[in-house]
Ligand binder design. Structure first.
Ligand SMILES: CC(C)(COP(=O)(O)OP(=O)(O)OC[C@H]1O[C@@H](n2cnc3c(N)ncnc32)[C@H](O)[C@@H]1OP(=O)(O)O)[C@@H](O)C(=O)NCCC(=O)NCCS
Length: 371
């Protein structure tokens, strides 16, 4: 029996997160993500996902200082950044940069559990600087200097905008990182597990994951969703725009999900934050456009927004460049990817499915001169 796109197939077990198909609950290591998004910093969430438990105050201070101490990327990376073709997307550059970063990891060649944990901390810590270096144009724009006094989210936002954002913006951004941090056997995490299961290495696993996340059916959907809203332009045009798009059988980015059948539990949390944020800014244009699209999608296709739809609008409201949305997703998901790679390797078996052959058989070989 084949399953198109492996739909409905249980491809392994994991104790990292549970995705409830009804969308009622997403659980990280036993905790409801709604509560984590409201109460935890990204540092706490990353500790939970990676180490398996919520940190106490001392453990959090220790983990946060490890992350802060590991933030700077090796100087050797500068040569790569200065040579990168700026026509490539930030995700293309990031995929290459993460792969290159592995060359300079002090634990390169050591694939033990402890070494992989240290690599995970460095990878999570260095994503904001990597993304900033991939985003700003080499030689023409300077990359903001990291501030060791800032939390992970505050420093990340600062690196990407060059502005010290207010506490509320940081809080909302921080919550979005928690919501993006982990999601079971999604395509990019599965790619990471397949890679490391061959006894490859952590950097190869996360490089596979970044390449997989980039596609618009996965992480790339957040950028495409915002581009769509900009194309719509005004709330008055939203309904006719979306109805025409559906008539043309277009896929509407940021809607639908392979696992969730009723709703994506992360979307309402982000939607609420987006609404509060937009109300504070007294600018409801993008919220109104989103609401019209959401209403028509429900009416016409019975499809609901997934995490990427409200998150895209939230990032737009935060003043982030659209090209950064999927890279931010990658930074947040780094905690999940690393935890899965380590979990896979701790109890490893090669991941190697079979396929149903549908081509011809018994063809007679014809010498080249007779073909
Ligand atoms: C997420 C996604 C890839 C899941 O795909 P899937 O489980 O393979 O579902 P399918 O693509 O087979 O879609 C099933 C049906 O719903 C429709 N559909 C699903 N998502 C749709 C969307 N976003 N817009 C319009 N139609 C959609 C399909 O056209 C198909 O209709 P059909 O049976 O009449 O052909 C899909 O919903 C999608 O492409 N969404 C947009 C991209 C996105 O937001 N990705 C981020 C996911 S978190």
């Amino acid at each position: 029996m084949t399953s198109s796109g492996l739909e409905g197939i249980i491809a392994g077990s994991s104790s990292i997160s549970q995705v409830d198909p009804k969308g009622d609950k997403l659980i990280y290591r036993g905790y409801d993500v709604r509560e984590l998004a409201e109460k935890c910093s990204y540092e706490e969430t990353a500790h939970l996902i990676l180490m398996g438990s919520l940190p106490n105050a001392g453990q959090l201070a220790d983990f946060s200082s490890q992350l802060t101490a590991a933030r700077e990327i090796p100087k050797e990376m500068n040569a790569l950044f200065s040579e990168m073709d700026t026509r490539a997307s930030v995700m293309d550059r990031l995929r290459t940069a993460v792969s290159c970063l592995g060359l300079f990891d002090p634990d390169n060649g050591n694939d033990s559990h402890d070494a992989n944990m240290r690599k995970a901390v460095r990878l999570i810590a260095q994503m904001p600087a990597l993304i900033a270096h991939c985003y700003y144009l080499p030689g023409r724009e300077s990359v903001p200097k990291q501030n060791p006094k800032f939390s992970y989210a505050k420093n990340f936002l600062y690196m990407l905008t060059g502005q010290e954002k207010d506490d509320y913006s940081v809080q909302v951004f921080d919550a979005s990182l928690t919501l993006y941090a982990e999601h079971g056997f999604n395509a990019s995490t599965f790619a990471a597990r397949v890679t490391i299961a061959t006894q490859s290495d952590m950097y190869s696993a996360v490089t596979s994951a970044i390449g997989t996340l980039k596609g618009s059916l996965h992480g790339g959907a957040n950028e495409k969703a915002m581009e769509m809203l900009l194309e719509v332009g005004t709330p008055e045009k939203a309904e006719s725009w979306i109805r025409a798009a559906l008539r043309e059988k277009k896929k509407i980015m940021g809607f639908g999900h392979r696992v969730y059948k009723i709703q994506d539990s992360r979307a309402p949390i982000l939607k609420k934050m987006l609404l509060e944020f937009a109300q504070k800014k007294r600018d409801l244009q993008w919220v109104q456009i989103s609401e019209s699209i959401e209403r028509v999608m429900k009416e016409e296709k019975k499809l609901f927004p997934n995490v990427d739809f409200p998150c895209a609008v939230l990032y737009y409201e935060l003043g982030l460049a659209i090209a950064l949305y999927t890279p931010i997703f990658a930074a947040a998901r780094m905690a999940g990817w690393c935890a899965h790679a380590i979990e896979q390797l701790d109890n490893n078996r090669l991941i190697r499915p079979e396929c149903e052959y549908t081509g011809p058989t018994n063809l007679a070989y014809v010498p080249i001169e007779k073909r």
